[in-house]
Ligand binder design. Structure first.
Ligand SMILES: Nc1nc2c(c(=O)[nH]1)N[C@H]1C(S)=C(S)[C@@H](COP(=O)(O)O)O[C@H]1N2
Ligand SMILES: [Mo]
Length: 316
């Protein structure tokens, strides 16, 4: 029984992907990427709530085959909309993403409230295909649309006291049914050192598969830090603050033994309740073998220097 339904899911996935990949290859040859047309071929979803985005390809993309749009937009962690993987796709429709503004605060010369258009305007959008490695030992390959976080932060002119950057998600019980339950320290907040934030791998994502983000994936803008566990990649950001001290983070506050500030992907440091040595790639059925997890999710060459001299076992 299980075997059969698994095969069904795979069959629909593989009809979607080649269309997208072929199209992308063609557009890359033409020097542009915009996956808009391919999106129309994805059944069961109206394009009304997401808009096409013009993107350029990026040298930072992995060559791994992306998961289907269906996997990416229906298997989510977004606790403000419930704890089950299918809750965000079901309930995040109530999130109002237009108008949207982001408050910039703390140790910088250009603090203020910026509307989304002003935040995004100067930044060319890239397609960055990254593998997102969740702390729950599964992963997904996602063609994000975004731009380097550091390029955004520099515009606000952080001063020499800015050692960390903190990020906060919207916290509205009317739009977000999940925040009524005290499962996490709301609002969801996360942080990075300033050096991590300036690393060219860290991006602000505003879309995926060539379209604006579905709400469940963190619309209208979210963080992606590909060498860290997925929980660092905070969704639907309303505030970015430059701080002197290391910011508190929601997961480390709720379970300090299980979730640290750094959260670098590390197969050698287990979660207290499970191994981090391997991961299951979503979308291939439950019977496909797990694959080995790579230190820093495969980006050791680009980011290991950020942690030289740091005990990664203690600073998990
Ligand atoms: N605000 C907020 N951001 C969040 C979460 C959340 O619950 N709330 N979950 C995190 C976790 S645990 C993961 S694995 C990723 C999942 O991102 P995705 O649903 O786009 O794949 O989002 C992260 N960002
Ligand atoms: Mo996660």
């Amino acid at each position: 029984m299980k075997d059969k339904s698994d095969n069904k899911i795979r069959a629909t996935d593989i009809t979607d992907e080649p269309v997208y990949l072929k199209r992308r290859h063609f557009l890359q040859l033409a020097g542009i990427t915009t996956a808009g047309a391919a999106f129309a071929a994805i059944p069961g979803r109206s394009a009304a709530d997401v808009k096409p985005l013009k993107t350029i390809s990026s040298k930072y993309s992995t060559s791994q085959k992306p998961n289907s749009y269906k996997d990416i937009a229906s298997y989510n962690n977004y606790y403000e909309f419930g704890l089950e993987k299918d809750d965000p796709a079901r309930y995040a429709k109530s999130l109002i993403t237009d108008p949207w503004s982001v408050k910039i605060s703390g140790e910088c010369d250009k603090p203020g409230n910026y509307n989304l258009e002003d935040i995004l305007k100067p930044h060319p959008l890239e397609e960055r295909i990254y593998r997102l490695r969740c702390v729950e030992a599964w992963s997904m390959v996602i063609p994000w649309v975004g731009f380097p976080l550091g390029d955004l932060l520099k515009r606000f002119q952080p001063n020499s006291k800015a050692k960390y950057v903190s990020f906060t998600t919207l916290n509205d019980p009317v739009q977000m049914p999940g925040v009524g339950r005290r499962v996490l320290a709301w609002p969801y907040h996360e942080g990075l050192t300033i050096a991590e934030a300036m690393n060219p791998l860290a991006i602000i994502a505003v879309g995926l598969y060539g379209k604006t983000l579905p709400n469940q994936n963190g619309a209208p803008l979210r963080l992606i830090v590909p060498w860290k566990y997925g929980f660092k990649s905070i969704k639907s950001i309303v505030e970015i603050s430059f701080t002197r001290k290391r910011p508190q983070t929601s997961w480390a506050l709720s379970a300090p033994r299980e979730y640290g500030f750094y959260a670098n992907v590390n197969p050698q440091v287990d979660h207290p309740r499970w191994s981090q040595a391997r991961e299951r790639l979503i979308g291939n059925g439950l019977f496909v073998a797990k694959q080995p997890t790579l230190v820093f999710n495969g980006y050791a060459d680009q980011v290991a220097h950020l942690y030289s001299g740091l005990n990664l076992r203690k600073n998990f």
